[in-house]
Design a protein around this ligand. Structure first.
Ligand code: 5GP
Ligand code: SF4
Ligand code: MG
Length: 452
């Protein structure tokens, strides 16, 4: 998901709207904005893309100088209007709204306990738990209620809360998901990625640290550390695929890291070829790195249709065989008679790669060499990236040679785990979807979600 918050600017809802627009790649299922005029918190939400949900009149219904917003990408709970955020609630301590990026791994247990205790849930999203825990905390102020609530959570949670007169941002102690602090005119902003700061002309101040909570009020900004200290493990897949390349997160430029993955891949798995092409858009920056290191010339051998969206109406079964062709098409003049290296960021089920190789061969490629700028995805993510179950991940139950045969490539190579980590030195990162080493996996089994 993508999240944003603004404090102390009369255009708060508009600035959050623009931030969500810049963060659209982090979730396309739905979006919402809540805004406080210091008396009440109002909220507008919908299903679909930010620009389709929010119109001039929608934003005009959100007066005030404190706002938060959310782009939904569902990893827990269904894709329904009731699961869109912000979640706004009236609890005994006052009105509060929240937005969440991540996935709470002990959600089932917490929810069962709350329901047994009489809580009535209005959604199937894991984020609603945070509000119920606050309401039941027995604390006499909202900050203590938030601390008490989030202390019970395990897993990934970059959260932004809003009350009538405060904005609060925090990251879980592992810091799985990013959260950036910026300054705008007289106010402060919190956003998932710096690309949102650039759009609204906000100045980057710093990242919220893993395990840090910042409280922004009229009298300034306060930072506290309510969690037990653990070794931070931000999500390395943000660099591989999820974040936008023009953002800086986790202390690094996404573009530079992604490019270095491609360079490392070229170093580890070279191939004699005439041209190297990306699978757009996710493979583009790694391909630039592959080309630079290997000296094989870069070309756009696949063109993406940017208008393929969720509103696409599937035609009759009899003509529904085009699959990936709807999204991608080969450029024959680039491909014909050539030995082609094609770079993508990851293989999940293998269906896309298989169709791409077929498409390139049909466009006249002499050889097709698939290169993947991350290690084999063998394990599901429980921290906010939507991966299928283990049995559906092709690399979890097939060797690289078996995958190569399945996708019908002349060769296939992935970036090594060590090579990947070398590109993000000196920091440590979560790599569980590649290694199976879940950073929050404790003796009590947390980290393994039985539903996945
Ligand atoms: P496959 O056909 O192997 O299942 O899918 C591989 C493609 O999915 C790659 O091109 C990769 O960029 C893309 N991909 C990887 N992770 C995600 C994700 O979390 N969401 C979406 N929408 N695409 C992803
Ligand atoms: Fe990121 Fe993979 Fe860890 Fe999930 S399991 S947080 S996708 S590195
Ligand atoms: Mg892709």
């Amino acid at each position: 998901c993508g999240i944003a918050g603004v404090f102390g600017d009369k255009d708060a809802a508009n600035l959050v709207y623009l931030s969500l627009y810049a963060l659209q790649h982090r979730g396309q299922e739905g979006a919402g904005i809540a805004c406080s005029d210091r008396h009440i918190i109002r909220v507008e939400k919908g299903l679909g893309l930010v620009a389709d949900i929010f119109k001039k009149h929608t934003l005009e219904r959100l007066p005030g100088d404190i706002a938060i917003g959310h782009n939904r990408y569902s990893t827990s709970g269904e894709s329904l209007l009731k699961n869109t955020q912000p979640i706004v609630a009236d609890i005994n301590l006052g009105q509060v709204a929240l937005v969440h990026n991540g996935n709470i791994v002990n959600a089932e247990k917490l929810r069962d306990d709350l329901v047994r205790d009489g809580s009535i849930f209005t959604s199937t999203s894991d984020s609603e738990i945070v509000i119920h825990l606050m309401a039941k905390s027995g604390k006499d102020n909202l900050i203590d209620a938030i601390i008490s609530s989030v202390s019970k959570l395990k897993g990934a949670f970059s959260l932004i809360f809003m009350t009538k007169d405060m904005l609060i941002g925090l990251r879980d102690p592992n810091g799985f998901r990013p959260l950036i602090l910026g300054k705008i005119r007289s106010g402060h902003v919190l956003v998932s990625e710096t690309c949102a700061l650039d759009l609204i002309d906000a100045e980057f101040i710093r990242e919220i640290d893993p395990g840090e909570m910042v409280i922004i009020k009229d009298d300034g900004l306060q930072s506290i550390r309510p969690f037990e200290n653990v070794n931070p493990t931000p999500c390395i897949f943000e660099f591989i695929y999820f974040a936008r390349p023009d953002s800086r997160i986790f202390g690094k430029s996404v573009y530079e890291v992604r490019k270095s993955f491609g360079m490392k891949l070229a170093e580890e798995s070279p191939v004699d070829a005439d041209v190297v092409i990306p699978v757009p858009d996710s493979g583009v920056v790694a391909t630039l790195g592959y080309s630079e290191y290997s000296k094989i010339s870069y070309a756009m051998g696949l063109i993406r249709n940017h208008y393929v969206g969720r509103t696409f109406i599937e035609p009759a079964q009899s003509i529904r065989h085009f699959g990936v062709k709807l999204k991608l098409n080969a450029v024959r003049s680039v491909i014909e008679g050539k030995r082609v290296v094609v770079v993508d960021d990851s293989i999940v089920r293998g269906t896309t790669s298989r169709k791409i190789v077929k498409m390139l061969k049909e466009a006249g490629a002499k050889e097709v060499h698939m290169r993947i700028s991350s290690p084999p995805t063998c394990y599901p993510c429980f921290y906010g990236i939507d991966t299928p179950t283990r049995s559906e991940l092709i690399a979890s139950n097939h060797t690289i040679e078996e995958i190569r045969k399945y996708i019908t490539a002349d060769s296939l190579a992935y970036l090594s785990l060590e090579g990947m980590h070398e590109c993000v030195k000196p920091f440590s990162f979560c790599d569980a979807c590649f290694s199976g080493k879940y950073p929050t996996l404790h003796k009590d089994g947390l980290g393994i979600n039985p539903k996945s």
